[in-house]
Design a protein around this ligand. Sequence first.
Ligand code: DON
Length: 306
Amino acid sequence: MQTNYQQIIDDITSELETLDNPGRVASYIPELAGVDANKLGVHLMTVGGNRYSWGNSEEKFSIQSVSKVLSLTFALQVMGENLWTRVGVEPSGTAFNSLVQLEYEQGFPRNPLINAGAIVVCDALITQLANPKKDILNFVREISGHKKIDYCPRVFESEKRTGFKNYSLANLCKGFGNLNNDVDTVLDVYFHLCSIEMTCSELAQTFLFLANEGKCPVTEKQVVSSQRARRINSIMQMCGFYDEAGEFAFRVGLPGKSGVGGGIAAVHPGKYSIAVWSPKLNEKGNSYQGIKVLEAVTTRTQSSIF
Ligand code: DON
């Protein structure tokens, strides 16, 4: 029997609307603090091309760290497995911007989905490419099938002014010899990467290749090999939610990635990709309601990857 995703999403969201949301909008990036906390958007897209939406699913938001999956995918395309000489694939079990572990492990970030890891990935891309910001954006536009996806200059400026911990992380990597370019040059690319804006429907379509053995069914483009798609999914599963990755695997059971803008993208390989946006975050910096929606989706469809 075919799963009635629309009915399931409608039921979940109407139930959630009646419940308290104790989360808080990210305020350490001033531009994000002004976002309407009550937004809630959901978009699920099957590998067969069916789409199911709810709420503010056509409104742009700052995808923030969700973009770290895209920079990872691009860096693997540009430099292949050599990337793993610069960054690991282990879960960090620490906050996304933690300095302690990076110091202890001598500037070698645990994985590409924590801030330090994404900063090193940006550094690797800068070394390889003449126009890294342009090339990253073109790559994202190509795999998403949306030519108008762009950086948000206001969010970029806001982070550049207040990204003190990211300056510390980049300096620590540099001090340990794991950053080849200037700290300012690397953070310019990193802050741009974080400022990418998408709607839930754009984000779900962008991640669909990871649910479909590396090929986007809409653009028909083979973005990565099926083996690489599985590997990227394994990194999302283990590392996508920082010190909440175990909880996310336990409750939701899908590879996914969160961002402090309140967005989450997750995939069920062979079935669908789903993007959720709700700006209020839990204490780990992940969308409070976003996780609730995803937990309810996999519970009601009785399917996680496990
Ligand atoms: O660098 C930062 O702190 C932000 N631009 C991104 C962090 C983030 O999205 C963490 N995710 N939940």
